[in-house]
Design a protein around this ligand. Structure first.
Ligand code: NAD
Length: 251
């Protein structure tokens, strides 16, 4: 028996990294998974991996900044799999620049993907979840949504802080609909997003000094947290922050 048997999930940014791992794990645990991204070729590969393993998964093209593409992703979940119970707002970008170097266009772009994308996904998931008898929304924030960073990206921290509190309002306002909403706060995770750090010896040495466990996390470290929040095991958990960071924000 899978931990998500009978549930339908939608994941944004699911073509690679954490989103792909979450789509694969949720499908393995019995969910029917629709996942979207702007990277169509990579997304189709993940779809093949899911179906070849005997699970149910469908890739859709989804730019999270476009409302109409969210509408059709939700329609795919309903049309193909009969409803929607889980949304993982995972898509995101990082622009690693200080305030004075960040252009207005870069600010608008990171806000559009990391914040508006979460709003649009949530907006269109809510009615579908209500019609499906409730659901679980999981928003991928970051440790950068909890604490400021010394040399990181202020625009990124602004977006992840916004996601943290949007999550709490969603949780409170939709608890009566049977919809839970929680944020996940990964520390550094070994994906494309921080490849510049993990492949540069100097940046890596600096990063390691700030990691109590002496390692960065894996996509699976996050996917298991998402799986818990998506499942009925977390039926009394809403509006909370699940920090998965190897102790990075403990000091
Ligand atoms: P990643 O870069 O491998 O994955 C991000 C995915 O989002 C990619 O597949 C990308 O194509 C997709 N994406 C970007 N713009 C999009 C758009 N407009 N529409 C749809 N999809 C889009 O990095 P990741 O580590 O897997 O990131 C997943 C999430 O985790 C992000 O929200 C990120 O901010 C967050 N996060 C990452 C780390 C880390 O260290 N890697 C730490 C904390 C939080």
């Amino acid at each position: 028996m899978g931990r998500l048997d009978g549930k339908v999930a939608l994941v944004s940014g699911g073509a690679r990294g954490q989103g792909a791992e979450e789509a694969l794990l949720m499908a393995k645990e019995g969910a029917k998974v629709v996942f979207g991204d702007i990277l169509d070729a990579e997304g189709k590969q993940v779809e093949a991996e899911i179906t070849e393993a005997g699970h149910e998964g469908t890739f859709v093209h989804l730019d999270v900044t476009r409302e109409s593409e969210w509408q059709s992703a939700v329609e795919t979940a309903i049309g193909k799999y009969g409803g929607l119970n889980i949304l993982v707002n995972n898509a995101g970008i990082l622009i690693r620049k200080g305030i004075e170097e960040t252009t207005e266009e870069e600010w608008d772009r990171i806000m559009a993907i990391n914040v508006k994308g979460v709003f649009l996904g949530t907006k269109h998931a809510i009615p579908a979840m209500r019609n499906s008898g409730g659901g679980s929304i999981i928003n991928i924030s970051s440790t950068a949504g909890i604490v400021g960073s010394r040399e990181g990206s202020p625009s990124y921290t602004a977006t992840k802080g916004a996601v943290r509190l949007f999550t709490k309002s969603t949780a409170i306002q939709h608890a009566k609909d049977g919809i839970r909403c929680n944020s996940v706060h990964p520390g550094p995770i070994d994906t494309e997003m921080i490849r510049d750090t993990t492949t540069d010896p100097d940046k890596w040495a600096a990063r390691m000094r700030r990691l109590p466990m002496g390692r960065v996390g894996t996509a699976a470290d996050i996917a298991y947290g998402v799986l818990y929040l998506a499942s009925d095991e977390a039926s009394f958990v809403t509006g909370t922050e699940l920090v998965i960071d190897g102790g990075t924000t403990a000091e």
